[in-house]
Design a protein around this ligand. Structure first.
Ligand SMILES: Cc1cc2nc3c(=O)[nH]c(=O)nc-3n(C[C@H](O)[C@H](O)[C@H](O)COP(=O)(O)OP(=O)(O)OC[C@H]3O[C@@H](n4cnc5c(N)ncnc54)[C@H](O)[C@@H]3O)c2cc1C
Length: 504
């Protein structure tokens, strides 16, 4: 089906972006009997081999499934650094770390109590998280030596042991549940759209009642007339007309697309939230028992709290085998993350600039990572805590050296530094987490910062317009503790159900 064939077809809804949210919306709206087309800027199938298995490092580095040239700054006047976001069918769920988490009850209760989203407290979200989890039943994998040592050291240090990463509110050493079937990644595209729609697309028809799927197709602008959605303009110049447009480009591309389309009744991109992280590189003694390189995946998760309130705002996990150092020693990595940060950044785009091939190009993305004292103190304490675990018995004979960058700077240099130097090091050596959210937040219409509705009947609807819905990570009122895949799927499921209940 060519772009002009697509443009001639009458659509009820265009869904922009085939990440977790877009796959949910396209599937649910197609199942509701609507002629739905799911338009994705990145490539379709076949999936590159690197994204199929348990090697999450190779998946995240797969150039055909991430946005080339995407850069962010952590502070407004800071240097740019590369930033990873998924691209292609499945979006982030095709390249992410596979770790399934739900966020804690405190997170959703804060959506209700602090962000004014009355219908989004923990008890309200729970059934939607259950629905999301049923699409990703998940599996655990055995711990490699480094993950095992981290678990043992944490247990010896007084952390609880037991439970799974998908348990809410549970601290201590948890088994990581992964979005896999057997040894194979289960992306959101696998879970929601599957082979039927892909085959139908190739044949130019939909053969399972699902949406028509259109990869390699960038949406340049959302079209409106008199404040109502008319459809979308593709980068190719063709137009897909529809009375309903659902934007699911992810927390960076979505505000960029809305701003580029002139849809600024509300402050899109004013806020951006992300989890700051830091990586410790471990040079291992070559004992011959290291995890195979194709199993570069998290198997155990340590969650704990920076303070006495038990809020579980810190996490750490090991990826057992990353690579070999120049001297041939196997390397592992230990990632430490702050999961309830207070720092915020922004996504800024010039008005109505033309959409180039890179959906987020032209966007000035500032993560704001570690710009508050509270965040600096908590991430510093987390790194010190993990460094302490590394000196304990379970790591004896396993780790020869620990580095705080990829140039071989030993951890002692950091541990002996004063707090100011320590903080500057963390701020200038950001870890690889990339969990952007909240750039088009849900909220009450009366709150000037709300970009989309949060109440039943207008969930995800872009305030100030008719027929435009946003349903991806950008609408999360705030981050949750842990990864975002299940929470994003849960929110998308709920927005889809609300749309179906209330009509176009
Ligand atoms: C490296 C990495 C590791 C992660 N690890 C984990 C983890 O282990 N566990 C976890 O829970 N979460 C993890 N996450 C986060 C999780 O994957 C994301 O939060 C989730 O994918 C967000 O879903 P989304 O639908 O909002 O957006 P995305 O997944 O970003 O999907 C958006 C899609 O829209 C497409 N698009 C954008 N603009 C346009 C346009 N103009 N036209 C057409 N298409 C467009 C993009 O190409 C993309 O495919 C990770 C993310 C990354 C990047």
């Amino acid at each position: 089906m060519t772009d002009s064939d697509l443009a001639r077809t009458g659509w009820d809804v265009v869904v922009v972006g085939a990440g977790p949210a877009g796959c949910v919306l396209a599937r649910r709206l197609a199942d509701d009997g609507r002629r739905a087309v799911l338009v994705e800027a990145g490539p379709g199938r076949p999936q590159p081999v690197a994204t199929l298995g348990l090697d999450t490092i190779a998946a995240a580095e797969e150039p055909r499934r991430t946005w080339a040239g995407l850069e962010v700054r952590d502070a407004p006047d800071g240097p740019v650094r590369p930033y990873r976001q998924g691209r292609g069918l499945g979006g982030g769920s095709t390249v992410n770390g596979l770790l399934l988490t739900r966020g804690d009850r405190i997170d959703y209760d804060r959506w209700r109590d602090e962000h004014g989203c009355a219908a989004w407290g923990a008890a309200d979200v729970a059934p939607w998280l259950d629905r999301a989890a049923s699409a990703f039943p998940g599996r655990t994998v055995p711990a490699g030596p480094v993950a095992g040592a981290l678990a043992a050291a944490a247990a010896a240090g007084g952390h609880a042991v037991g439970g799974a990463s998908t348990d809410q509110d549970r601290l201590g050493v948890l088994e990581a549940r992964l979005a896999i079937d057997g040894q194979r990644r289960r992306s959101a595209f696998d879970a929601y759209i599957g082979k039927g729609a892909a085959a139908g697309r190739r044949a130019g028809r939909v053969d399972d009642g699902g949406p028509t799927v259109r990869p390699d197709t960038t949406v340049a602008r959302v079209l409106t007339a008199g404040g109502r959605a008319r459809g979308v303009a593709l980068a190719s110049g063709h137009r897909l007309m529809a009375p309903l447009v659902v934007v699911c480009g992810g927390a960076i591309a979505t505000p960029a697309l809305l701003a580029r389309s002139g849809l600024r009744a509300r402050p899109v991109g004013l806020v951006l939230r992300d989890h700051p992280s830091f990586a410790l590189t471990l040079a291992l003694r070559d004992r011959g028992d290291h995890a195979p390189v194709e199993h570069r995946v998290v198997s155990r998760l340590l969650r704990w709290s920076s303070g006495p309130d038990g809020s579980g705002d810190l996490q750490a996990f090991a990826v057992d085998r990353v690579d070999r150092a120049g001297d041939g020693r196997p390397l592992a990595v230990l990632l430490v993350g702050l999961m309830a940060p207070t720092s915020t950044g922004s996504v800024t785009v010039a008005d109505r600039s033309e959409g180039p091939a890179l959906a987020a190009a032209g966007a000035d993305v500032v993560t704001g990572a570690l710009t508050t004292e509270s965040d600096r103190v908590r991430l510093r304490s987390a790194v010190r805590h993990v460094a302490g675990l590394l000196t304990s018995g379970p790591f004896d004979g396993l780790v020869e050296e620990t580095f705080v960058d990829d140039r071989g700077t030993p951890i002692d240099r950091l541990l002996h530094a004063d707090d100011g130097h320590f903080d500057r090091w963390l701020a200038t050596h950001p870890g690889p987490y990339a969990h952007p959210a909240s750039s088009c937040p849900m909220g009450p219409e009366s709150a000037p910062g709300s970009v989309v509705g949060a109440e039943p009947g207008n969930m995800g609807r872009l305030i100030g317009y008719e027929g435009i819905v946003v349903a991806d990570a950008s609408v999360l009122p705030d981050l949750v503790r842990g990864g975002l895949q299940l929470p994003v799927v849960a929110v998308a499921e709920r927005i889809a159900a609300d749309l179906i209940d209330t009509g176009p």
